[in-house]
Design a protein around this ligand. Structure first.
Ligand SMILES: *[C@@H]1O[C@H](CO)[C@@H](O)[C@H](O)[C@H]1NC(C)=O
Ligand SMILES: *[C@@H]1O[C@H](CO)[C@@H](O)[C@H](O)[C@H]1NC(C)=O
Ligand SMILES: *[C@@H]1O[C@H](CO)[C@@H](O)[C@H](O)[C@H]1NC(C)=O
Ligand SMILES: *[C@@H]1O[C@H](CO)[C@@H](O)[C@H](O)[C@H]1NC(C)=O
Ligand SMILES: *[C@@H]1O[C@H](CO)[C@@H](O)[C@H](O)[C@H]1NC(C)=O
Ligand SMILES: *[C@@H]1O[C@H](CO)[C@@H](O)[C@H](O)[C@H]1NC(C)=O
Ligand SMILES: *[C@@H]1O[C@H](CO)[C@@H](O)[C@H](O)[C@H]1NC(C)=O
Length: 317
């Protein structure tokens, strides 16, 4: 009786199974096509995690560490002994503040940030070689535009563009930002972190080793804080500890290599006639000084360009 009942069912099962198989074949064939198509048409566009899967030579991979902590957040702020001693050595002004205690106040205040990946990035340095370059539209065509310190856009749009998605700042270089721009904060000392907290709360810190603004106009929800481990990593891996610590420009280039699929670098290096100055003032800045090793950093960017890890635009031919 049981058998009898099963027989017609078996047919139904068989038919069902067959149609399922056919359907699945059609489905898989289509998605396979789609997958391969997507892959061929644009290796970059569909991918959310390209940066960790960078291509590169042995030279590149001897330096590039995809797993390094990029941004401080509520769960990764503990520093290893190594990083802690490297980082605390940067502070000129001795400070009694306890890092652990200070950092505890950071993440109730600022939300944890995903280092949101960008497909194409423009890193815009402040070199005078931008003047007359007419890179503006090229820079603005990138998904993310990272600017460094006080580099202005107003009055220089043709050469430097007008969009800013990320602005790299520290207390001695602050400027007001619009609501859509990420404040990417580079803390070189504990006091910098204390300043950041103060700037968005009590506004009572107006001095580091120089007078600084006690506050800043910026979107609190878009604040990103560079991890001290990342700074040390750049100093060790990318400049072999040359200079006291890496410049904010160079840190930004390596930061971009970690979050962007494609990195386009503008406004680094000298002008055509060998001068080093900012595009927005004519102050001559030396190639290398006690703090940074500008020549090593520049050579490294050129090498990254030669090895096709980024594209460097010199502003002149
Ligand atoms: C903090 O950052 C680390 C990577 O540095 C990441 O693995 C972790 O998920 C982040 N935690 C939060 C709460 O965002
Ligand atoms: C900082 O404070 C934590 C506890 O909040 C303590 O464990 C640590 O030893 C202190 N560090 C220093 C350098 O005093
Ligand atoms: C950049 O600026 C251009 C105008 O110059 C605008 O059309 C474009 O949407 C902007 N891109 C971003 C990412 O803001
Ligand atoms: C800035 O953006 C935040 C959301 O990120 C929003 O809550 C706030 O109202 C905006 N402020 C202004 C002045 O537009
Ligand atoms: C800094 O703040 C102190 C009080 O906290 C004030 O006396 C001083 O004038 C301020 N300095 C500047 C340059 O605003
Ligand atoms: C780069 O960093 C990684 C991980 O910290 C390390 O294993 C490697 O030796 C470093 N390379 C250089 C050239 O310092
Ligand atoms: C060193 O150069 C950096 C920029 O490259 C500049 O901000 C800093 O003020 C210079 N330091 C000295 C002592 O000249």
């Amino acid at each position: 009786m049981v058998l009898n009942k099963l027989k017609p069912r078996r047919h139904r099962y068989a038919i069902l199974l067959l149609s399922c198989t056919i359907l699945m074949c059609v489905y898989f064939e289509n998605s396979w096509k789609l997958l391969t198509q997507k892959y061929h048409v644009s290796e970059h566009i569909a991918c959310v995690a390209c940066a960790p899967k960078r291509k590169g030579t042995e030279w590149f991979f001897a330096r590039y560490a995809p797993t390094v902590h990029l941004l401080l957040n509520s769960s990764n702020s503990m520093l290893s002994k190594d990083v802690s001693s490297w980082w605390t050595r940067l502070q000129k002004v001795k400070r009694n503040a306890n890092y652990t205690t200070v950092v505890r106040n950071l993440f109730p205040l600022f939300p944890d940030q995903d280092p949101n990946r960008c497909r194409t990035c423009a890193v815009v340095g402040n070199s005078g070689n931008l003047l007359g370059s007419r890179y503006g539209p090229l820079i603005d065509s990138k998904d993310c535009v990272m600017r460094i310190n006080k580099g202005p856009t107003e009055g220089f749009e043709e050469d430097v563009g007008s969009n800013t998605t990320h602005r790299i700042l520290y207390p001695e270089s602050v400027m007001d930002l619009d609501n859509s721009t990420h404040l990417v904060f580079f803390p070189f000392k504990i006091l910098d972190i204390e300043w950041l907290i103060s700037a968005f709360t009590t506004k009572d810190i107006n001095e580091t080793y120089m007078n600084v603004p006690s506050t800043i106009n910026a979107n609190k929800d878009k604040v990103m804080i560079l991890h001290p481990e990342f700074m040390k990593y750049v100093h060790k891996n990318w400049t072999q500890f040359h200079g006291r610590y890496p410049s904010s420009g160079f840190l930004t280039v390596i930061f971009a290599l970690h979050i962007c699929d494609e990195v386009h670098v503008f406004g680094f290096g000298a002008t055509k006639d060998g001068n080093w100055h900012h595009y927005f003032d004519k102050t001559l800045t030396p190639v290398a000084n006690e703090s940074h090793s500008g020549d090593i950093e520049y050579e490294t960017i050129i090498r990254l360009h030669r090895e096709k890890n980024l594209l460097m635009y010199k502003g002149w031919t």
